[in-house]
Design a protein around this ligand. Structure first.
Ligand SMILES: *Cc1c(COP(=O)(O)O)cnc(C)c1O
Length: 371
């Protein structure tokens, strides 16, 4: 029997929270206060409290969040920022937007996050910051990164778009650097119903600058201390996120439960390489990424059987046309350049059913001719 397994299905979550979410949206419409206000402040406070930081500033999306942090740290023309070869383009395009140059470092073979052994050789006199990405929900190896930042006096900015409540050494990621950025894009572990994002920091001065810059350079209307941009968290999105926030931990637990099912049932199947979790890490499985030399055939086979998969990412950042002007060479990023042909993201979201998980595993085994 064929059943459908979408890569991500946001409908079951909405159905479960429909009464609360509809009520929150409708109250916001009744109030007709659509920019800023109590609902935004409340969500910011609750998010900061959940993560254990002093400040949270809601912004328009997770991409702006990175751009704003870089700008407010004074990064721009002539500077270099080190980041990782396998990520979503937001991580690097925002570096360029400030006038600085992104410098890519290859990924580690096991965790697919930045290879900490390769960071120091990428540092020059112009390096100002490092942006590790806690990719797929797994933390980058922060301890050595923090040491390197101290040694060379660099800012650590964590891209937490895929790692809401991921932990490293029992500490929530996003709380290690000078500032960290979150995306609430609908499919993220905590997702809005449109674009939304946030920045967290413990630095009072930086928090104030960030809030100003994201709001046309002023905290009070018409009092522009500096020139800024318009990147604010929508009041309606804040109202929705506020309803969803208390569920985040249990959704992450469900993702872990699904991951465990995949790990148990796909162990030793074909040439599949399953995700690795470092012992220091609490993984939040934003994505469940496997590797196989037969990716194309497997992906087609699964799709023919009603199972959607995705690739994160099909082209490593330095190999994209967008970065050829930097003179990047795929040989300099051998792991990312090899893995881009092999990685496959299986369906993963909190509301996956046992029946769906079972069906995905059965089909993968059948593709590899295993009982
Ligand atoms: C989703 C994502 C972003 C950007 O978030 P948006 O809210 O879509 O702008 C940044 N970095 C990474 C690693 C992401 O996955």
């Amino acid at each position: 029997m064929e059943i459908k397994v979408p890569f991500v299905d946001l409908r079951p979550q909405y159905q479960k929270l429909k009464n609360e979410i509809d009520a929150a949206i409708s109250s916001t419409l009744e109030e007709s206060n659509f920019i800023g206000g109590q609902r935004v402040t409340q969500f910011e406070n609750n998010f900061a409290k959940l993560l254990g930081v002093k400040h949270c500033v809601g912004v328009g999306n997770g991409t702006d969040a990175i751009y704003i942090v870089l700008k407010m740290l004074g990064i721009g023309n002539g500077d270099e920022v080190i980041t990782v070869a396998n990520s979503w383009i937001s991580t690097s395009e925002t570096i360029t937007q400030t006038g600085a140059k992104p410098v890519f470092v290859d990924i580690s073979e096991k965790t697919y996050t930045i290879n900490v052994d390769l960071i120091e050789r990428a540092i020059t006199a112009n390096t100002k910051a490092i942006i590790p990405v806690h990719l797929y929900g797994h933390a980058a190896d922060l301890e050595p990164i923090i040491n390197i930042c101290k040694k060379y006096n660099l800012y650590l900015i964590e891209d937490c778009a895929q790692s809401h409540l991921t932990k490293y050494n029992n500490q929530i990621v996003g709380t290690f650097g000078i500032a960290s950025t979150f995306s609430f894009y609908p499919g993220k572990n905590l997702g809005a119903y449109g674009d939304a994002g946030a920045i967290i920091t413990n630095d009072d001065e930086l928090a104030k600058k960030i809030r100003m810059y994201a709001n046309h350079g002023g905290l009070v209307k018409h009092q522009h201390q500096i020139e800024g941009i318009n990147s604010r968290l929508d009041t309606i999105q804040a109202a929705i996120l506020q309803i969803k926030l208390p569920h985040l931990s249990s959704w992450n637990e469900l993702r872990n439960k699904h991951a465990k099912f995949y790990l148990e049932n796909l162990n030793g199947v074909g040439d599949l390489v399953l995700p690795f979790t470092a012992s220091k890490v609490y993984h939040t499985f934003h994505l469940f990424v496997v590797r196989t030399k037969h990716r194309k055939a497997l992906q087609e086979f699964l799709l023919n059987n009603g199972i959607q998969t995705a690739i994160h990412y099909p082209v490593a950042l330095p190999n994209l046309p967008a970065y050829q002007h930097l003179g990047t060479n795929s040989d300099d990023y051998p792991i990312a350049s090899t893995y881009q042909h092999e990685i496959l993201s299986l369906p993963m979201y909190a509301d996956l059913t046992d029946e769906q998980l079972h069906y995905v595993c059965t089909n993968i085994k059948s593709f590899f001719n295993q009982p």
